[in-house]
Design a protein around this ligand. Structure first.
Ligand code: FAD
Length: 359
């Protein structure tokens, strides 16, 4: 028999910001909740951020529900966020098991069996909040396998030191690409490749405008209106100090993608060759949903059909925080909040309706 502790109303898979936000709203219910997180310490993906990573919006715009981020000077750093998330989970005393990795989820008569590297849990409902960090994405390029130089994805990039004096190709035009290019270009000979011209926000605009756009979209959706997509999205580059400085040095010029790799570099569309010692891939991530494979609900893009945040095909399973497909700006601290609240409400409605509330 499954020990009592391992028999929960709700299991939240993952222990980053999305999980904490859902757990916060579930505190208002009578449900038993456990968070199973494969991380060794609090902080989710932020623990793996590069050393100089800066958020693209101020602290009050980078907060979870209930208890805001303590004030910091300028834009919060990676360590500011890790420390905030650690304090946040202590403050609310969530039940968190760490490190526990969920390998797979299967259905049972009254919910789910959660198979982990530390044994089995049982849950009436599951909220998946595993983020994307463990699934770095690298686009396909012809002859990629012959390239013999160094390659690193932004998921594992820490700082510019290993690239000093090298010829470095940075691929990808979002905030990661811009921030990493900005610092590597100070010590290396860099080339920046983006599929289209990167979109830079005006200097006096920061990540707040991206949240405002997301809110406008969400409101329109709630009211059944269709809002024409405003220009830009969460991928627009925020001109944090390091990126401004790179622009002033003339280091922010992007070129269009190359045709193929060679063993020492790339061949451009016009047939010319350039050698590179290293390639840094800032090409994004895919949702980390391997644990849902046994349910047979992953589509060709590795996503799940949702109604709101609940799985259409497997009622009792919710997904939060993965990207625009789980809610506008839902992969961000502030943007994820409304989806966390809605998810907690639905979970409570689904489960509390079926049993008398605990005293
Ligand atoms: P994660 O933080 O990835 O947490 C998921 C957790 O689940 C991890 O602890 C992981 O170990 C665990 N896990 C994964 N798989 C399993 C499993 N099978 N079993 C158990 N546990 C598992 N966001 C903002 O809000 N504001 C910003 O200003 C901002 N700026 C950014 C700037 C840059 C340059 C970058 C790259 C990102 C920025 N982000 C920002 C986005 C933010 O980093 C992520 O979107 C966020 O970490 C996602 O949170 P999450 O909780 O959904 O996932």
């Amino acid at each position: 028999p499954i020990p009592y502790r391992r028999n929960q109303d709700v299991v939240i898979v993952g222990g980053g910001q999305s999980a904490l936000s859902v757990a916060y709203f579930l505190r208002r219910t009578s449900l038993s909740v456990v968070i199973l997180d494969s991380g060794h310490e609090p902080g989710g993906a932020w623990v793996h951020g590069w050393d100089s990573l800066r958020l693209f919006s101020p602290g009050q715009w980078s907060s979870l529900p209930g208890w805001g981020m303590p004030p910091v000077e300028g834009y919060p750093t990676r360590d500011d966020i890790v420390s905030y998330l650690a304090q946040y989970e202590n403050r609310y005393g969530f039940s968190i098991e760490r490190p526990v990795s969920v390998a797979k989820l299967t259905r049972s008569d009254d919910g789910f069996v959660v198979h982990t590297d530390g044994g089995i849990w049982h849950a009436r409902a599951v909220v998946s909040a595993t983020g994307t960090w463990s699934q770095p994405y690298i686009p396909a390029y012809p002859n990629h396998s012959v390239y013999a130089g160094v390659q690193v994805h932004s998921a594992h990039y820490r700082n510019a030191a290993p690239f000093a004096g090298k010829r470095v190709l940075v691929v990808g035009g979002g905030n990661s690409g811009a921030q990493i290019l900005a610092e590597v270009s100070r010590v290396a000979d860099t080339t920046w490749v983006t599929p289209t011209d990167p979109v830079f926000l005006p200097d006096d605009v920061d990540g707040r405008v991206l949240f405002e756009r997301a809110t406008a979209k969400w409101k329109a959706q709630q009211e059944g209106r269709i809002l024409p997509d405003p220009p830009g999205g969460l991928g627009d580059v925020v001109m944090v100090e390091s990126v401004k400085a790179a622009r002033d040095r003339g280091a922010l010029n992007a070129v269009r993608p190359f045709r193929q790799f060679t063993d020492r570099g790339v061949i451009w569309q016009d047939g010319s060759h350039t050698d590179f010692d290293a390639v840094i891939w800032c090409t994004g991530f895919r949702p980390a949903l391997g644990h849902l494979k046994p349910l047979g609900i992953l589509d060709v893009d590795g996503r799940v059909a949702l109604s709101g945040t609940q799985s259409v095909d497997v009622p009792g399973l919710w997904l939060v925080g993965y990207g625009e497909w789980t809610g506008f700006a839902s992969a961000t601290l502030v943007g994820g909040m409304r989806y966390a609240r809605a998810t907690a409400l639905e979970v409570a409605q689904a489960l509390e309706g079926q049993q008398p509330p605990r005293s």
